[in-house]
Write a protein that binds this ligand. Sequence first.
Ligand SMILES: *Cc1c(COP(=O)(O)O)cnc(C)c1O
Length: 494
Amino acid sequence: MRYLSTRGGQSATGAEAIVRGLARDGGLFVPESFPAVGADELALMANEPYAARAARILGRYLTDFTQEQLAGMVDSAYARFDERGVAPLKALEGGVRVIELYHGPTLAFKDVALTLLPHLLTASARATGEAREVLILVATSGDTGKAALSGFQDVPGTRCAVFYPEGGVSEAQRLQMVTQRGDNTRVIAVKGNFDDAQTGVKRIFSDPRAAAAFDAKGLALSSANSINWGRLAPQIVYYFSAYCDMLAAGDAAPGDKINICVPTGNFGNILAAYYAMRMGLPVHKLICASNSNNVLTDFIRTGRYDARRAFHLTTSPSMDILVSSNLERMLFELCGRDAAAVRGWMDGLRENGCYEIGENAKAALDALMYGAWASEAECAAEIARAWREESYLVDPHTAVAMKALRDYRAETGDTRPCTVASTASPFKFGRAVSAALGLPTDADDFALCDRLAEKTGWAVPKAIAELPRLPVRHRAVCAPEDMLFTLMKEIDRP
Ligand SMILES: *Cc1c(COP(=O)(O)O)cnc(C)c1O
């Protein structure tokens, strides 16, 4: 399998795509074709455990590796999830099936890809002849940083350094990062906001003196952000897995089409659902859910993407995003893989903050997707409703998706079974969930989680409960202009 750039430049192998992250022409890597998974194979997979399903799907895309290699990587990655597994299904009323993707080490769905990426990346580096250690740089607004640190912790041949905005993440998220174990991890607070941290990381990547300095230390720079093919491919698996579980449980008959609803930020998770559909998973509609940063809802309804709008801070912060990078891969398919059209739209976005797709692409989009969004009040009301009516606790991101599904069903009357991606543990957002349930919020996040557990009978996950007791291992703080200097100093620290 080879990988094309959405902007028409040189193709690459899977290993090259994973090591490079971004194509040289600035485009994103997409598979040259979508391998087919037929009804017979789906029936076979229904009897397999998650790890076998994962090795099977990944094997179609990552042809640089043997099936044994992939199975080994998958096994070590997913041994880190709790006893419920990677993607258990929870049945709710009305044919709603929630895929709980948050039972990994950092309690968000990003663990599904970021526990596997270190294995894929080190194997890819070897396959492409990279002899140096790989240094992963991450700028984070919260969830990605911790998931990357946790994934790369103690993985031989790798180091991982994360920059986060000082004061710009929740107390739980900060503690999750600064208590990170592993001699190969570093965490640095930046005196600035997320954009400052992200700009600083990009500057390090494009600074030739930095590259030379790291090379002298035997280090090659790489990134773990969500446009990397190594993060996208593992996400395709759980949509297949959910359908197989429904087949196994008799919730769907072979060939029955389902809908899929995904709380969306950078468009990686829902794109994976689209790729699963292209591979033959029986899907009728993809429902793209947004919070009040509803640029995608408007785009899906009008065909016009316009990022020139106010940015809202919400209780679902991982969806607070106005430029969804992975949408470029979807555009590439919508226009029949016309790289020149994609380049034009991306130029429009960069120069004017907006673009409009043509009639044909819009018609293709209409056939596939439905967009809806939830306000802060609607999100809180949905958290309360799910608890009141179904005794089910959801985090704000998942609640946004459940509200969007409700809107879709009301507008279209299409009530076929729908899987909803649940992307974070409700205890990761204990304050917002407590407030939505009408509980008092006059305490720190940990006390609120304890009270929430008491009230609901759900257990606080260990990864949250243990945080206040863990020793702080990372204390570096720097100004945005000192990020490279501070990183070099931290790298040399024993
Ligand atoms: C990252 C994230 C999302 C958004 O996923 P995308 O792939 O960026 O669309 C949704 N919910 C949670 C909890 C996340 O961490």
